[in-house]
Design a protein around this ligand. Structure first.
Ligand SMILES: Cc1ncc(COP(=O)(O)O)c(C=O)c1O
Length: 398
Protein backbone atom coordinates (compact mmCIF):
# COMPACT_ATOMS: atom_id res chain seq x y z
CA UNK A 1 0.00 0.00 0.00
CA UNK A 2 1.59 3.35 -1.01
CA UNK A 3 2.28 5.79 1.85
CA UNK A 4 0.00 8.82 2.03
CA UNK A 5 1.36 12.08 0.66
CA UNK A 6 0.87 13.92 3.93
CA UNK A 7 2.45 17.12 2.63
CA UNK A 8 -0.06 17.36 -0.21
CA UNK A 9 -2.99 16.38 1.99
CA UNK A 10 -2.01 19.08 4.49
CA UNK A 11 -1.69 21.67 1.72
CA UNK A 12 -5.32 20.85 0.81
CA UNK A 13 -6.38 21.42 4.43
CA UNK A 14 -6.33 25.15 5.21
CA UNK A 15 -6.73 24.61 8.96
CA UNK A 16 -3.38 22.82 9.20
CA UNK A 17 -1.64 26.24 9.05
CA UNK A 18 -3.67 27.53 11.97
CA UNK A 19 -3.76 24.78 14.57
CA UNK A 20 -2.52 21.42 15.70
CA UNK A 21 -5.94 19.89 15.36
CA UNK A 22 -6.26 16.80 17.54
CA UNK A 23 -10.02 16.99 17.99
CA UNK A 24 -11.12 15.00 14.96
CA UNK A 25 -13.55 12.99 17.07
CA UNK A 26 -15.25 16.36 17.69
CA UNK A 27 -15.11 17.76 14.16
CA UNK A 28 -12.23 17.26 11.73
CA UNK A 29 -10.71 19.99 9.55
CA UNK A 30 -12.52 20.07 6.21
CA UNK A 31 -10.37 19.76 3.08
CA UNK A 32 -10.57 22.59 0.53
CA UNK A 33 -12.86 20.75 -1.97
CA UNK A 34 -15.45 20.21 0.77
CA UNK A 35 -15.38 23.90 1.73
CA UNK A 36 -15.62 24.80 -1.95
CA UNK A 37 -18.68 22.59 -2.46
CA UNK A 38 -20.54 24.42 0.31
CA UNK A 39 -19.50 27.88 -0.83
CA UNK A 40 -20.36 27.21 -4.48
CA UNK A 41 -23.86 26.01 -3.70
CA UNK A 42 -24.68 28.76 -1.20
CA UNK A 43 -23.49 31.30 -3.75
CA UNK A 44 -25.65 29.70 -6.46
CA UNK A 45 -28.68 29.76 -4.13
CA UNK A 46 -28.06 33.45 -3.42
CA UNK A 47 -27.83 34.22 -7.14
CA UNK A 48 -30.60 32.17 -8.74
CA UNK A 49 -32.83 31.05 -5.85
CA UNK A 50 -32.78 28.01 -3.55
CA UNK A 51 -35.21 25.76 -5.42
CA UNK A 52 -33.76 26.75 -8.79
CA UNK A 53 -30.23 26.00 -7.51
CA UNK A 54 -31.39 22.55 -6.38
CA UNK A 55 -32.77 21.89 -9.89
CA UNK A 56 -29.59 23.16 -11.52
CA UNK A 57 -27.41 20.87 -9.39
CA UNK A 58 -29.66 17.81 -9.62
CA UNK A 59 -26.94 15.62 -11.13
CA UNK A 60 -24.44 16.68 -8.47
CA UNK A 61 -26.97 15.71 -5.81
CA UNK A 62 -27.43 12.27 -7.34
CA UNK A 63 -23.64 11.99 -7.31
CA UNK A 64 -23.61 12.78 -3.56
CA UNK A 65 -25.91 9.80 -2.88
CA UNK A 66 -23.70 7.65 -5.10
CA UNK A 67 -20.48 8.70 -3.34
CA UNK A 68 -21.79 8.07 0.16
CA UNK A 69 -23.21 4.72 -1.02
CA UNK A 70 -19.84 3.79 -2.56
CA UNK A 71 -18.05 4.65 0.68
CA UNK A 72 -20.01 2.01 2.61
CA UNK A 73 -20.54 -0.52 -0.17
CA UNK A 74 -24.21 0.03 -0.93
CA UNK A 75 -26.55 1.65 -3.47
CA UNK A 76 -27.90 5.23 -3.53
CA UNK A 77 -31.43 3.90 -2.87
CA UNK A 78 -30.25 2.85 0.61
CA UNK A 79 -29.00 6.31 1.66
CA UNK A 80 -30.98 9.06 3.41
CA UNK A 81 -29.32 12.39 4.15
CA UNK A 82 -30.06 13.78 7.62
CA UNK A 83 -28.87 16.57 9.92
CA UNK A 84 -26.60 14.46 12.11
CA UNK A 85 -25.99 10.99 13.53
CA UNK A 86 -28.48 11.43 16.37
CA UNK A 87 -31.25 12.35 13.94
CA UNK A 88 -30.33 9.27 11.86
CA UNK A 89 -30.48 7.07 14.95
CA UNK A 90 -33.85 8.37 16.11
CA UNK A 91 -35.37 8.09 12.62
CA UNK A 92 -34.31 4.44 12.49
CA UNK A 93 -35.50 3.76 16.04
CA UNK A 94 -38.87 5.39 15.37
CA UNK A 95 -39.46 3.07 12.41
CA UNK A 96 -39.82 -0.06 14.55
CA UNK A 97 -43.32 -1.08 15.60
CA UNK A 98 -42.30 -1.61 19.24
CA UNK A 99 -44.68 -2.70 21.97
CA UNK A 100 -44.54 -3.01 25.76
CA UNK A 101 -42.18 -5.82 26.77
CA UNK A 102 -40.18 -5.81 23.51
CA UNK A 103 -36.45 -5.97 24.12
CA UNK A 104 -33.80 -3.63 22.76
CA UNK A 105 -30.33 -5.02 23.25
CA UNK A 106 -27.35 -2.69 23.54
CA UNK A 107 -23.92 -2.41 25.18
CA UNK A 108 -22.30 -0.54 28.06
CA UNK A 109 -20.39 1.66 25.62
CA UNK A 110 -23.17 3.13 23.55
CA UNK A 111 -23.52 6.83 22.87
CA UNK A 112 -25.33 8.88 25.52
CA UNK A 113 -27.97 10.38 23.20
CA UNK A 114 -28.81 6.90 21.87
CA UNK A 115 -29.20 5.61 25.41
CA UNK A 116 -31.39 8.57 26.36
CA UNK A 117 -33.65 7.81 23.38
CA UNK A 118 -33.93 4.17 24.47
CA UNK A 119 -34.76 5.29 28.01
CA UNK A 120 -37.39 7.65 26.65
CA UNK A 121 -38.98 4.71 24.76
CA UNK A 122 -38.82 2.66 27.94
CA UNK A 123 -40.65 5.39 29.85
CA UNK A 124 -43.24 5.95 27.13
CA UNK A 125 -44.08 2.46 25.89
CA UNK A 126 -42.42 0.09 28.31
CA UNK A 127 -39.76 -1.52 26.11
CA UNK A 128 -37.08 -3.37 28.01
CA UNK A 129 -33.46 -2.31 27.60
CA UNK A 130 -30.85 -5.01 28.12
CA UNK A 131 -27.14 -4.17 28.08
CA UNK A 132 -24.74 -6.99 27.28
CA UNK A 133 -21.85 -7.20 29.77
CA UNK A 134 -18.29 -6.15 28.92
CA UNK A 135 -15.24 -8.43 28.97
CA UNK A 136 -12.74 -7.52 31.68
CA UNK A 137 -10.26 -6.54 28.93
CA UNK A 138 -12.81 -4.08 27.49
CA UNK A 139 -15.41 -4.27 24.77
CA UNK A 140 -18.64 -6.19 24.78
CA UNK A 141 -18.58 -9.89 25.66
CA UNK A 142 -19.42 -11.36 22.26
CA UNK A 143 -20.59 -14.70 23.56
CA UNK A 144 -22.95 -13.10 26.06
CA UNK A 145 -24.16 -10.77 23.33
CA UNK A 146 -24.81 -13.65 20.91
CA UNK A 147 -26.80 -15.53 23.58
CA UNK A 148 -28.84 -12.43 24.41
CA UNK A 149 -29.56 -11.81 20.72
CA UNK A 150 -31.32 -15.17 20.58
CA UNK A 151 -33.44 -14.27 23.62
CA UNK A 152 -37.20 -13.79 23.55
CA UNK A 153 -38.74 -10.63 22.12
CA UNK A 154 -35.44 -9.07 21.04
CA UNK A 155 -36.59 -6.62 18.36
CA UNK A 156 -33.46 -4.54 17.87
CA UNK A 157 -29.74 -4.59 18.61
CA UNK A 158 -28.09 -1.13 18.89
CA UNK A 159 -24.32 -0.92 19.02
CA UNK A 160 -21.89 1.98 18.81
CA UNK A 161 -18.91 0.94 16.69
CA UNK A 162 -16.44 3.38 18.27
CA UNK A 163 -17.58 5.19 21.41
CA UNK A 164 -17.27 8.96 21.65
CA UNK A 165 -14.95 8.85 24.64
CA UNK A 166 -12.43 6.07 24.04
CA UNK A 167 -10.36 4.19 21.47
CA UNK A 168 -12.39 0.99 21.74
CA UNK A 169 -13.47 -0.62 18.45
CA UNK A 170 -16.33 -3.03 19.08
CA UNK A 171 -16.41 -6.23 17.04
CA UNK A 172 -19.50 -5.12 15.17
CA UNK A 173 -19.10 -7.69 12.41
CA UNK A 174 -19.44 -10.58 14.86
CA UNK A 175 -22.54 -8.91 16.33
CA UNK A 176 -23.95 -8.40 12.82
CA UNK A 177 -23.50 -12.05 12.03
CA UNK A 178 -25.30 -13.08 15.26
CA UNK A 179 -28.15 -10.70 14.36
CA UNK A 180 -28.43 -12.25 10.89
CA UNK A 181 -28.55 -15.76 12.42
CA UNK A 182 -31.33 -14.70 14.76
CA UNK A 183 -33.17 -12.56 12.18
CA UNK A 184 -32.99 -9.52 14.46
CA UNK A 185 -32.70 -5.95 13.17
CA UNK A 186 -29.35 -4.27 13.80
CA UNK A 187 -28.77 -0.52 14.18
CA UNK A 188 -25.11 0.45 14.08
CA UNK A 189 -23.85 3.85 15.22
CA UNK A 190 -20.87 4.52 12.97
CA UNK A 191 -20.53 8.18 13.89
CA UNK A 192 -16.88 7.87 14.96
CA UNK A 193 -15.87 5.08 12.59
CA UNK A 194 -17.08 6.58 9.30
CA UNK A 195 -14.03 8.07 7.58
CA UNK A 196 -11.73 6.48 10.16
CA UNK A 197 -12.16 2.75 9.41
CA UNK A 198 -13.19 1.03 6.16
CA UNK A 199 -16.89 0.14 6.40
CA UNK A 200 -18.90 -2.19 4.20
CA UNK A 201 -22.50 -2.65 5.21
CA UNK A 202 -22.78 -6.15 3.71
CA UNK A 203 -19.80 -7.23 5.75
CA UNK A 204 -21.12 -5.47 8.87
CA UNK A 205 -24.53 -7.13 8.49
CA UNK A 206 -26.41 -4.07 9.74
CA UNK A 207 -29.90 -2.91 8.81
CA UNK A 208 -29.32 0.71 9.74
CA UNK A 209 -26.09 2.68 10.01
CA UNK A 210 -26.12 6.18 11.47
CA UNK A 211 -23.32 8.65 10.74
CA UNK A 212 -22.27 12.29 10.93
CA UNK A 213 -20.36 14.15 8.25
CA UNK A 214 -18.24 16.39 10.44
CA UNK A 215 -16.07 13.88 12.30
CA UNK A 216 -13.51 11.56 10.70
CA UNK A 217 -15.28 11.90 7.35
CA UNK A 218 -14.15 15.57 7.26
CA UNK A 219 -17.49 16.87 6.02
CA UNK A 220 -19.43 19.88 7.32
CA UNK A 221 -21.20 20.36 10.64
CA UNK A 222 -24.98 19.91 10.65
CA UNK A 223 -24.98 17.02 8.17
CA UNK A 224 -25.22 13.26 8.44
CA UNK A 225 -26.77 10.24 6.81
CA UNK A 226 -28.61 7.03 7.50
CA UNK A 227 -28.11 3.75 5.65
CA UNK A 228 -31.24 1.58 5.46
CA UNK A 229 -30.91 -2.01 4.24
CA UNK A 230 -33.18 -3.49 1.57
CA UNK A 231 -34.34 -5.90 4.27
CA UNK A 232 -35.60 -2.98 6.40
CA UNK A 233 -37.14 -1.22 3.37
CA UNK A 234 -38.87 -4.42 2.26
CA UNK A 235 -40.36 -4.83 5.74
CA UNK A 236 -42.04 -1.48 5.14
CA UNK A 237 -40.19 0.25 7.97
CA UNK A 238 -40.65 4.00 7.87
CA UNK A 239 -40.03 6.78 10.39
CA UNK A 240 -42.89 7.58 12.75
CA UNK A 241 -43.13 11.19 11.57
CA UNK A 242 -42.70 10.62 7.87
CA UNK A 243 -43.22 13.75 5.78
CA UNK A 244 -44.03 14.56 2.16
CA UNK A 245 -40.49 13.87 1.05
CA UNK A 246 -40.81 10.34 2.41
CA UNK A 247 -44.39 9.70 1.37
CA UNK A 248 -47.12 10.78 -1.05
CA UNK A 249 -50.56 11.79 0.23
CA UNK A 250 -52.74 9.61 -1.99
CA UNK A 251 -56.19 9.79 -0.41
CA UNK A 252 -58.01 11.63 2.35
CA UNK A 253 -56.92 9.03 4.88
CA UNK A 254 -54.02 7.44 3.10
CA UNK A 255 -50.38 8.02 2.25
CA UNK A 256 -47.82 5.81 0.55
CA UNK A 257 -44.15 5.74 1.56
CA UNK A 258 -41.61 6.07 -1.24
CA UNK A 259 -39.76 2.89 -2.15
CA UNK A 260 -36.24 3.87 -1.15
CA UNK A 261 -34.45 5.23 1.92
CA UNK A 262 -35.61 8.77 1.06
CA UNK A 263 -38.66 7.86 3.14
CA UNK A 264 -36.33 8.71 6.07
CA UNK A 265 -35.55 12.21 4.77
CA UNK A 266 -37.26 15.55 5.41
CA UNK A 267 -38.68 17.73 2.69
CA UNK A 268 -36.34 20.55 3.58
CA UNK A 269 -32.60 19.92 3.47
CA UNK A 270 -29.39 21.90 3.52
CA UNK A 271 -28.37 20.93 -0.02
CA UNK A 272 -25.03 22.70 0.23
CA UNK A 273 -24.18 20.37 3.12
CA UNK A 274 -25.43 17.31 1.26
CA UNK A 275 -23.19 18.17 -1.70
CA UNK A 276 -20.28 18.74 0.69
CA UNK A 277 -20.91 15.39 2.39
CA UNK A 278 -20.73 13.70 -1.02
CA UNK A 279 -17.47 15.56 -1.67
CA UNK A 280 -16.09 14.41 1.70
CA UNK A 281 -16.94 10.80 0.85
CA UNK A 282 -15.19 11.11 -2.54
CA UNK A 283 -12.18 12.72 -0.89
CA UNK A 284 -11.90 9.93 1.69
CA UNK A 285 -12.11 7.26 -1.01
CA UNK A 286 -9.50 9.05 -3.14
CA UNK A 287 -7.13 9.15 -0.17
CA UNK A 288 -7.98 5.49 0.48
CA UNK A 289 -9.83 4.13 3.51
CA UNK A 290 -7.32 1.35 4.21
CA UNK A 291 -4.41 3.79 4.20
CA UNK A 292 -6.39 6.29 6.31
CA UNK A 293 -7.23 3.76 9.00
CA UNK A 294 -3.68 2.40 9.13
CA UNK A 295 -2.26 5.87 9.69
CA UNK A 296 -4.91 7.00 12.18
CA UNK A 297 -4.45 3.85 14.25
CA UNK A 298 -0.65 4.26 14.10
CA UNK A 299 -0.78 7.88 15.29
CA UNK A 300 -3.19 6.90 18.07
CA UNK A 301 -0.82 4.16 19.18
CA UNK A 302 2.17 6.54 19.20
CA UNK A 303 0.21 8.98 21.35
CA UNK A 304 -0.98 6.29 23.75
CA UNK A 305 2.49 4.87 24.31
CA UNK A 306 4.04 8.25 25.01
CA UNK A 307 1.17 9.48 27.18
CA UNK A 308 1.50 6.34 29.30
CA UNK A 309 5.08 7.33 30.13
CA UNK A 310 3.93 10.56 31.84
CA UNK A 311 3.62 10.01 35.62
CA UNK A 312 0.26 11.69 36.27
CA UNK A 313 -1.42 10.16 33.22
CA UNK A 314 -3.52 6.99 33.07
CA UNK A 315 -4.42 5.89 29.54
CA UNK A 316 -8.00 4.61 29.59
CA UNK A 317 -8.49 2.89 26.24
CA UNK A 318 -9.39 -0.78 26.59
CA UNK A 319 -10.31 -3.50 24.13
CA UNK A 320 -8.64 -5.94 21.78
CA UNK A 321 -8.84 -3.49 18.87
CA UNK A 322 -8.15 0.23 19.30
CA UNK A 323 -8.50 3.17 16.89
CA UNK A 324 -7.25 6.76 16.69
CA UNK A 325 -9.20 8.11 19.67
CA UNK A 326 -6.98 8.31 22.74
CA UNK A 327 -8.37 8.92 26.20
CA UNK A 328 -6.58 9.58 29.46
CA UNK A 329 -7.25 10.53 33.07
CA UNK A 330 -4.88 13.08 34.54
CA UNK A 331 -4.25 12.79 38.28
CA UNK A 332 -5.31 15.90 40.18
CA UNK A 333 -6.16 17.88 37.04
CA UNK A 334 -9.46 18.82 35.49
CA UNK A 335 -9.19 17.83 31.79
CA UNK A 336 -11.19 20.95 30.92
CA UNK A 337 -8.37 23.15 32.26
CA UNK A 338 -5.83 21.17 30.28
CA UNK A 339 -7.87 21.58 27.10
CA UNK A 340 -7.97 25.35 27.67
CA UNK A 341 -4.23 25.52 28.32
CA UNK A 342 -3.52 23.47 25.19
CA UNK A 343 -5.87 25.59 23.11
CA UNK A 344 -3.98 28.70 24.22
CA UNK A 345 -0.96 27.04 22.57
CA UNK A 346 -2.85 26.36 19.35
CA UNK A 347 -3.48 22.68 20.14
CA UNK A 348 -7.07 21.39 19.91
CA UNK A 349 -8.17 18.50 22.13
CA UNK A 350 -11.36 17.81 24.05
CA UNK A 351 -12.56 17.17 27.60
CA UNK A 352 -15.05 14.35 28.07
CA UNK A 353 -17.40 14.22 31.04
CA UNK A 354 -19.06 11.37 32.91
CA UNK A 355 -22.51 12.09 31.50
CA UNK A 356 -21.20 11.45 27.94
CA UNK A 357 -20.48 7.80 28.78
CA UNK A 358 -21.88 7.13 32.23
CA UNK A 359 -21.37 3.36 32.46
CA UNK A 360 -17.88 3.32 30.99
CA UNK A 361 -16.76 6.08 33.34
CA UNK A 362 -18.24 4.26 36.34
CA UNK A 363 -16.35 1.12 35.30
CA UNK A 364 -13.12 3.13 34.97
CA UNK A 365 -13.83 5.01 38.22
CA UNK A 366 -13.36 8.46 36.71
CA UNK A 367 -15.57 11.48 36.18
CA UNK A 368 -13.78 13.14 33.26
CA UNK A 369 -11.05 12.48 30.72
CA UNK A 370 -8.87 14.15 28.14
CA UNK A 371 -9.60 13.01 24.57
CA UNK A 372 -6.96 13.41 21.87
CA UNK A 373 -8.04 12.29 18.42
CA UNK A 374 -5.53 12.56 15.55
CA UNK A 375 -6.40 12.17 11.87
CA UNK A 376 -4.23 11.05 8.97
CA UNK A 377 -3.27 14.64 8.12
CA UNK A 378 -1.66 15.14 11.52
CA UNK A 379 2.09 14.64 11.61
CA UNK A 380 4.27 12.73 14.06
CA UNK A 381 5.84 16.12 14.94
CA UNK A 382 2.44 17.51 15.89
CA UNK A 383 1.82 14.55 18.17
CA UNK A 384 5.22 15.07 19.80
CA UNK A 385 4.56 18.82 20.19
CA UNK A 386 1.23 18.10 21.88
CA UNK A 387 2.92 15.64 24.23
CA UNK A 388 5.65 18.15 25.13
CA UNK A 389 2.99 20.78 25.81
CA UNK A 390 1.09 18.37 28.08
CA UNK A 391 4.29 17.55 29.99
CA UNK A 392 5.08 21.24 30.41
CA UNK A 393 1.58 22.13 31.56
CA UNK A 394 1.56 19.27 34.07
CA UNK A 395 4.93 20.35 35.41
CA UNK A 396 3.52 23.86 35.91
CA UNK A 397 5.73 25.45 33.20
CA UNK A 398 3.74 27.67 30.85
C1 LIG B 1 -20.33 7.55 18.93
C2 LIG B 1 -21.19 8.74 18.64
N1 LIG B 1 -22.45 8.54 18.26
C3 LIG B 1 -23.28 9.56 17.98
C4 LIG B 1 -22.85 10.85 18.11
C5 LIG B 1 -23.81 11.94 17.83
O1 LIG B 1 -23.49 12.58 16.64
P1 LIG B 1 -24.23 13.93 16.23
O2 LIG B 1 -23.74 14.97 17.17
O3 LIG B 1 -23.80 14.16 14.81
O4 LIG B 1 -25.68 13.70 16.35
C6 LIG B 1 -21.54 11.12 18.52
C7 LIG B 1 -21.07 12.50 18.69
O5 LIG B 1 -20.03 12.76 19.22
C8 LIG B 1 -20.68 10.02 18.78
O6 LIG B 1 -19.43 10.21 19.17
Amino acid sequence: MPALDIKRLRSETPGCDQRIHLNNAGAALMPAPVVQAIQDHILLESRIGGYEAADARHDAMLAAYQSVADLIGTQPRNIAFTENATASFSLALSSLPLARGDVILTTRNDYASNQIQLLSLQARIGVQIIRAPDRSAGGVDLQAMAELIHGERVRLVCVTHVPTNSGLVQDVRAIGSACRDAGVLYLLDACQSIGQLPLDVADLGCDFLSASARKYLRGPRGAGFLYVSDRALDQGLEPLFIDMRGADWIGENRYRAVADAKRFENWESAWALVLATGEAARYAMAVGMEAISRRVIGLGQRLREQLASIDQVRVLDRGSELCGIVSAAIEGRDPGELVTALRARGINTSAQRQEYALLDYDDKRITASLRISPHYYNTEEEIDQALSAIREILQGRR
